[in-house]
Design a protein around this ligand. Structure first.
Ligand code: NCD
Length: 304
């Protein structure tokens, strides 16, 4: 069975193919509009979402398929005490492919063993978010024309930010990538990523708390939200939530061709005055998310 649980379930060639297909879909929407006729996508979201769930649904509808699902655990039998494995077993009788988001790290992997249909991890706790990473890779490839020889700054909640973990893992497979990890001390990239991903792949990286220290070196700046829902205490969240607020002044020394990405939702970490800067790519990124998910659905369903 083809599942997408971790970004490394796809090799670099497969990712290149997905990017190629996504770009083709953007140009030739008509050609793809019936590819998933009679196929059903289920979106099972045990955690809040706007973009991920709706882009999956929009992707399947754009391919001529249909969608069903739920957008909160409270409206499913989870509220009655059903296990997530039983839920998946049930929904795999009603659908051809399932995108699920769950607060527990590893939940999509565990249930994929029980599923009769492909499972896509649409975010598992503070762990991984591979389809956001596909979106990010398509955005970087489109903006930069390449996925190698880049200096990438990741800023904000690098501890709980699952998109950061998957993006570092994915980008570490390309040539000559350097990471600048910008976070408060309490929200640094977890050690397992430093040892198992960065150091193992001989990636150049450094840490700083100061967003302006290396801003002139960056090709990509990936901003993230402080992940309130993963904090153990509200006081820590309040202390850290506005640690970084990217504004025009902080971008003064940045490269003219910097690409500013953010998986969204944004809270305060990018001032709205940056939205009109030509370097802001986060709304293009939103649009890319639909097309790369169309490409992914086709791949997992083995549709040409
Ligand atoms: C991200 C997520 O859910 O991890 N959002 C998304 O899917 N675009 C980032 C976030 O919630 O901060």
């Amino acid at each position: 069975m083809n599942h997408l649980i971790d970004i490394t379930d796809l090799n670099v060639e497969e990712i290149d193919d997905l990017i190629k297909t996504a770009k083709d879909i953007m140009k030739n929407k008509e050609k793809y509009s019936e590819k998933c006729k009679s196929k059903i996508l289920a979106t099972l979201f045990f955690e809040p979402s706007t973009r991920t769930r709706l882009s999956f649904e929009s992707a399947m509808l754009g391919l001529g398929g249909q969608v069903l699902g739920f957008s909160s655990a409270a409206s499913s039998s989870t509220a009655k005490g059903e296990s997530v494995s039983d839920t998946i077993r049930t929904v795999s009788c009603y659908s051809d492919i399932i995108a699920m988001r769950h607060p527990k790290e590893g939940a999509p992997m565990v249930v994929s063993e029980k599923s009769r249909v492909p499972i896509i991890n649409a975010g598992d706790g503070g762990h991984n978010h591979p389809t956001q990473t596909l979106t990010d890779l398509l955005t970087i490839a489109s903006e930069k024309g390449k996925l190698d020889n880049l200096t990438i700054g990741l800023c904000g909640d690098l501890k709980f930010g699952r998109t950061v973990h998957s993006l570092i893992t994915a980008m570490s497979r390309y040539k000559n990538i350097k990471f600048i990890l910008i976070s408060p001390n309490e929200l640094k990239v977890p050690d397992y990523i430093k040892t198992e991903v960065l150091d193992k792949n001989n990636i150049e990286w450094c840490e700083t708390q100061d967003i302006e220290e290396y801003i002139d070196k960056l090709d990509v700046l990936y901003m993230t939200r402080v992940q309130r829902e993963r904090f153990f205490n509200e006081a820590d969240y309040i202390r850290l939530k506005d640690y970084y607020i990217l504004n025009k002044q902080k971008l003064e020394n940045a490269k003219k061709d910097l690409s500013i990405l953010h998986p969204l939702p944004r809270v305060n970490e990018i001032s709205v005055e940056v939205d009109s800067d030509p370097r802001a790519c986060y709304f293009k990124q939103v649009e890319n998310g639909k097309y790369i998910r169309m490409a992914l659905i086709l791949k997992l369903l083995e549709i040409e």
